[in-house]
Design a protein around this ligand. Structure first.
Ligand code: PEP
Ligand code: MG
Length: 891
């Protein structure tokens, strides 16, 4: 820890810079940077994240020197503003806000109007031209926020006070309340605080300041902040900074306003200023969604007056700042501004969250505009965002009954059953149901339910409301501010005019058009834009890793090829055995007790397998296709129902009791470690023979028709080189026989999966004959950790929550352990055969972080499910760009 804890900014000078995000948090670093580049920022200071960590580890104590440095920084602000904290004539008031390294919208606490007390409230009224109403409203807001954040009095008690005063004074809206009414509220608030906490609301502004600073630091550890970090993979040991900044007011009557804006449209990416404002309001009024905000520029979807029309000079200034910010930050910004008595102040700028569609458009446009280069454009797209692009939309011709229309807050199409609370959304989703979460507006407490829902629909709030911002971040379809909705939480229904939609009824929402429709509307797969294709071309030029797909059918192969798959990395042949008739033949095969009986059943399976392979080879014309021999434990195919037992008995000409006996004999205690993988082919070579025959007959047949085939036959689950060698001999023998008979030569490889830890350790021996390795990281993870793939869900969540594991190792590769085995296997294998082709076909092949690792250890390709192919391509390109920065060991 250095001795400097407090960083001042204001009047064009700042101690910090935009690069100091770790220490000053995103907000603090930006305030410093904005000040430096000459944007009008109210002065203030930032207390670093190191103080938060110290505070948290030392039970609320501060490191020595902090108090002195805060006092000095306060003096600087006072001198810039020409007034002081505690001044009763023209009081200097402050906002105290959190600001972590990563943006965590609405997750931590804020106190505004700090510095007001019974005396200075009068001074504020005078400074605001005698506007007592404004001053007392500010004071009650301070007590309310301070009461909630610092003194931990629940918000609903404050709401009750306001409701009581309104009732007594016969007023409907907050805006109807007069100065005297707010005075009444203030005095009731003070009583409330005394009765709830046993202490008075502090009148000394310095006590208020330290109370607020401590509360913001403590808020880093509050449950919703912790949940948000878990959902967004943000580490818990970063801490938050505290930003103390002179307040400026958007609610000082005429000529005052507040707004939030994006420097480009965050939904479409269009290069047009996009935002919302409210006259005579404070910042939180815009985002809280309580009043419907107005557009800053005239917009087709709103007939409310725009800022451009109402305050043209301020709007022009804002446009110039917009250009300056984009030029400086070279990215789309999300800004907050306040206009106080005709003077424009910028409160915040940060990189704006955007939809995947917008991300592509903005990245491509910025390359064209010369703001960034192609490499930077590739870095700008988050692999997870691609998921959004691949989301469905409603079929154009699908029948729809539009109930209402709201704001198109986050694109996509969602169909689900209506629920009215986040808790219900989580519960129903856990039962496997698709739900749409319908709320008046959302708040940070709803995060879990929003995550569980297919889509989110709110009755209030704008494009920058909590629901809109969070949904966009999650890549989730959202329609916000659908004012026609009358939501009744108690009755669990919403009404649109006379139409009532009850909990559990189906609706469809279109986050791209804002439409809310009754029933289930048919969806269709997404179309990828020109910007997507342009960027993916750059991606393909950049990456070294090839990307293949895991596909078992011609249809899946085609989908994957359209997504850019460069071959099949894993065709699981067992999936073909479950369809219709085939399962019977398969059962006959495993329950036959002689080789002859097995061969008779396999004969039935051969033509079916051959047809499947022909289809896949055709779909992948010109690309390699890795086909894995039968892998799962035989018990997966055993008959359970009596009908199936009888049918098999008939085919086998055996008694049902005999079939039952044989089936029972095949039951294993631990099938995943039992008779499966290459062990099947070694004990029943006729199975491998049949599969090899089907592969090579199919290859020869399609090859004769001019299709280019490159079969790669893969042996699963080997642990010794002998297992591999035995099966390789069978495959080569059958391949040569078939090709001779068919008079066609097909180039092929025989390789193996590496998915047992022992195979990694003896990879050099295996590589003497194996022509390729493909890591099966699913089984490798299972066997390295000793966690069952099927049962570990029961404890993994606890393990992750309690910090035993960083994340689910079946989702993102455990680089430290399993990764070491992968790296060792590559080294040993390539030591024997430097040209050994090595890939991965476990689920990790589509996980961006794991893809980076596979790139770094020199794999040739990753293979993943069709919809994740674009994500893997992008992650592979980003891995190349990251390479120059660090190796995975350094990170
Ligand atoms: C693996 O184990 O990683 C693999 C791809 O095979 P499966 O998931 O079929 O066991
Ligand atoms: Mg496996």
């Amino acid at each position: 820890m250095s001795d400097k804890y407090v960083y001042s900014f204001g009047a064009g000078k700042a101690d910090g810079t935009g690069k100091m995000r770790d220490l000053l948090g995103g907000k603090g670093a930006n305030l410093a940077e904005m000040t430096r580049i000459g944007v009008p920022v109210p002065p203030g200071f930032t207390i670093g994240t190191d103080v938060c960590l110290y505070y948290s580890r030392h039970h609320g104590r501060y490191p020595g020197g902090v108090k002195r440095q805060v006092a000095a920084a306060l003096k600087k602000v006072e001198s810039i503003m020409g007034t002081s904290l505690g001044d009763t004539g023209d009081p200097l008031l402050f906002s105290v806000r959190s600001g972590a390294r990563f943006s965590m919208p609405g997750m931590m606490d804020t106190v505004l109007n700090l510095g007001l007390n019974d005396r200075s409230v009068k001074g504020l009224a005078a400074a605001a031209g005698g506007d007592e109403r404004f001053a007392w409203d500010c004071y009650r807001r301070l007590i309310q926020m301070y009461g909630g954040v610092v003194l931990e009095v629940e918000g609903e008690h404050f709401e009750e006070v306001i409701a009581k005063v309104k009732k007594k004074r016969k007023k409907k809206l907050d805006t109807d309340l007069t100065a005297d009414n707010w005075k009444e509220v203030v005095s009731a608030y003070k009583k409330l605080i005394r009765s709830r906490t046993g202490r008075a609301f502090p009148q000394d502004p310095h006590d208020q300041l330290w109370g607020a600073i401590g509360a913001v630091f403590s808020s880093w550890d509050n449950p919703r902040a912790v949940t948000y970090r878990e959902l967004n993979s943000i580490p818990h040991d970063l801490g938050t900074a505290v930003n103390v900044q002179a307040m400026v007011y958007g609610n000082m009557g005429e000529g005052s306003a507040t707004g939030v804006a994006f420097t480009r449209n965050p939904a479409t990416g269009e290069n047009l200023f996009y935002g919302e404002w409210l006259p005579n309001a404070q910042g939180e009024d815009v985002v809280a969604g309580i009043r419907t905000p107005m557009p800053i520029r005239p917009r087709a979807d709103s007939d409310l007056p725009s800022l451009k029309e109402q305050m043209p000079a301020i709007y022009d200034k804002l446009e110039r700042i917009r250009a300056r910010l984009e030029k400086h930050y070279r990215d789309m910004q999300d800004i907050e501004f306040t206009i106080q008595g005709g003077h424009l102040w910028m409160l915040q700028t940060r990189t704006g969250k955007r939809t995947a569609h917008a991300a592509f458009k903005i990245a491509i446009d910025m390359v064209k505009e010369g703001l960034i280069d192609q490499e930077e454009a590739i870095r700008r797209i988050e692999p997870a965002q691609l998921d959004q692009l691949l989301h469905p939309s409603f079929k154009e011709k699908a029948e729809r009954t539009v109930l209402a229309r709201g704001l198109p807050a986050s694109p996509g199409a969602a169909v689900g059953q209506v629920v009215f609370s986040a808790a219900d959304a989580e519960k129903w989703a856990a039962d496997g149901r698709d739900v749409i979460l319908v709320r008046l507006e959302t708040s940070p407490e709803d995060i879990g339910g929003m995550d569980a829902a297919r889509g989110i629909l709110t009755a209030r709030g704008g494009m920058t409301s909590h629901a809109a911002v969070v949904a966009r971040g999650m890549g989730k379809c959202c329609v916000a501010g659908c004012e026609a909705l009358e939501v009744d939480y108690k009755k669990k229904h919403f009404k649109v005019g006379k139409k009532v939609v009850k909990q559990g009824q189906w609706i469809s929402i279109d986050g791209t058009s804002g439409e809310v429709m009754s029933g289930k509307v048919e969806t269709s797969d997404p179309e990828l834009s020109g910007d997507y294709h342009t960027l993916m071309k750059w991606v393909d030029k950049t990456r070294r890793l090839k990307v293949r797909t895991n596909a078992d059918t011609p249809e899946d192969s085609r989908v994957a090829r359209n997504f850019g798959a460069e071959g099949i990395g894993l065709c699981r042949t067992e999936h073909m055995f479950f369809e219709g008739e085939r399962i019977n033949a398969m059962r006959e095969m495993i329950l036959a007790d002689t080789e002859e009986g097995r061969r008779a059943a396999l004969k039935k399976l051969l033509p079916m397998q051959r047809r499947d392979f022909e289809g896949i080879f055709k779909a992948m014309d010109g690309l390699p296709v890795t086909i894995r021999l039968l892998d799962p434990p035989l018990h997966e195919f055993l008959p359970h129902e009596e009908d199936a037992v009888k049918a098999i008995a008939k085919s086998l000409k055996a008694k049902p009791s005999e079939v039952r006996r044989r089936a029972k004999a095949l039951v294993e205690f631990n099938p995943m470690l039992g008779h499966r993988g290459c062990r099947l082919g070694i004990t029943y070579p006729e199975i491998s023979e049949m599969q090899a025959r089907a592969i090579f007959e199919a290859a020869c047949n399609v090859s004769k028709k001019g299709i280019k085939v490159f079969p790669e036959v893969m042996i699963p689950l080997i642990g010794t080189e002998h297992e591999f060698n035995i099966l390789q001999d069978i495959i080569v023998r059958v391949a040569e026989q078939v090709m001779k008979r068919k008079k066609v030569k097909v180039k092929y490889l025989v390789g193996t999966m590496i998915e047992i830890p022992r195979a990694c350790l003896v990879a050099d021996k295996v590589a003497e004959r194996a022509e390729f390795f493909s890591y099966g990281t699913n089984d490798l993870t299972q066997m390295t950790y000793g966690y069952s793939r099927d049962d570990s869900g029961r404890f993994l969540t606890d393990y992750i929550e309690s910090g035993v594991l960083r994340g689910d190792p079946f989702q993102s590769l455990d680089i430290e352990g399993v990764g070491q085995l992968v790296e060792l296997g590559v080294k040993l294998g390539r030591g024997i055969n430097p040209k050994l082709k090595v890939g991965v076909c476990g689920e990790h092949g589509g996980d961006p972080e794991s893809v980076t690792f596979f790139h770094n250890v020199g794999l040739d390709y990753v293979s993943c499910s069709p919809y994740r192919v674009p994500i893997a391509r992008l992650a592979a390109a980003q891995a190349v760009l990251e390479e120059s920065r660090a190796t995975w060991r350094d990170r």
